[in-house]
Design a protein around this ligand. Structure first.
Ligand SMILES: [Zn+2]
Length: 303
């Protein structure tokens, strides 16, 4: 973030990557010099559309609604850009709520999709920036931690905001209780895909360096809290990492597993996730009181 070269080791992740801290700006990051290139970490994918997948997605739409409410409290209508849109679920949801919605996915590349009120663009930002226009709200749901040059990108996005526009950023919280409990095996640590590991102070610093001021901190977004406790705990006991998460995401990461392996992981994940889910809600609620929830979510405006 600051260009500094003086760093101190935090710990090694279970995936074998060193997690280090810059001694100058204090930002924690993943030493990802041995990581595969983005084209391998973020391959294009097609989602299957089985009844089970559809019902899982509809159950999780409660979380999407929470994101929507948060955005609408800051900006009730207008043009919305969801940067790092993935399959476009959030952008499409907001289009349904009256926003003129654009989802931009810069990694899993493919053709542009057009629906009423919705454009889903799968191309790098630099290639399409000038054709997208200005936005009243730009959202980044757990995207910033994937970037090698966060200040550069945020500065570009700032220039795409219309007067009065707001930015909504959510990232995993390296200073969370979950991170402290699971350390190198924490689900949201996710090296080498997660390059940056933000804490409250470093997220605010990153935004300040990009010309933004934080206007609101959102203490509690249960989706990241529950997924973090459930998947981190399941990863301790199941051989295949992130099975439940990948099953819900449905982007082909489980294709190498046999049917028997899948059945075992599915049964164990479902059985384990019920009590873990119930426990995670009050724990995350308490964690949020001292800014130790799994995710940091802020609203920011150009300063
Ligand atoms: Zn630094």
């Amino acid at each position: 973030m600051c260009g500094g070269k003086d760093m101190a080791a935090e710990f090694k992740s279970t995936a074998g990557y060193d997690i280090v801290r810059c001694r100058d700006c204090r930002l924690v990051f993943t030493d990802a010099r041995t990581a595969p290139p983005p084209s391998e970490l973020y391959p294009p994918f097609e989602q299957s559309d089985t009844a089970a997948q559809r019902s899982a997605r509809s159950a999780l739409s409660l979380f999407t609604l929470q994101r929507a409410k948060l955005v609408e409290a800051a900006k009730s209508s207008g043009r919305l850009l969801d940067y790092g849109a993935g399959a476009g679920q959030f952008a499409r949801f907001m289009a349904g709520r009256g926003f003129e919605s654009v989802g931009l996915e810069p990694y899993s590349l493919g053709t542009t999709l057009e629906e009423p009120n919705l454009r889903l663009v799968r191309a790098p930002l630099a290639q399409v920036k000038d054709s997208l226009g200005k936005f009243d709200v730009i959202t980044m749901w757990h995207v910033l931690e994937h970037l090698e040059h966060p200040v550069e990108l945020l500065t570009q996005l700032r220039s795409m905001l219309a007067p009065g526009g707001v930015l909504v950023v959510s990232v995993p919280n390296f200073a969370s209780w979950q991170s402290e409990v699971f350390k190198g095996g924490w689900f949201h640590l996710d090296p080498p895909r997660h390059l940056l590991q933000f804490e409250p102070a470093t997220l605010e610093d990153c935004l300040r360096r990009s010309g933004f001021a934080v206007t609101q901190q959102v203490p509690f977004l249960p989706e990241y809290g529950t997924s973090g406790w459930i998947q981190s705990a399941l990863n301790r006991v199941l051989p295949h990492q992130n099975f439940l998460y990948e099953w819900v995401k449905d982007r082909g990461a489980l294709s190498s597993m046999s049917m028997a392996e899948r059945a075992l992981h599915f049964a164990a994940s479902v059985a384990g996730s019920v009590p873990l889910f119930a426990a995670s809600i009050p724990v995350e609620f308490m964690a949020a009181q001292s800014n130790k929830a799994a995710a940091l979510t802020v609203v920011a405006t150009p300063s």
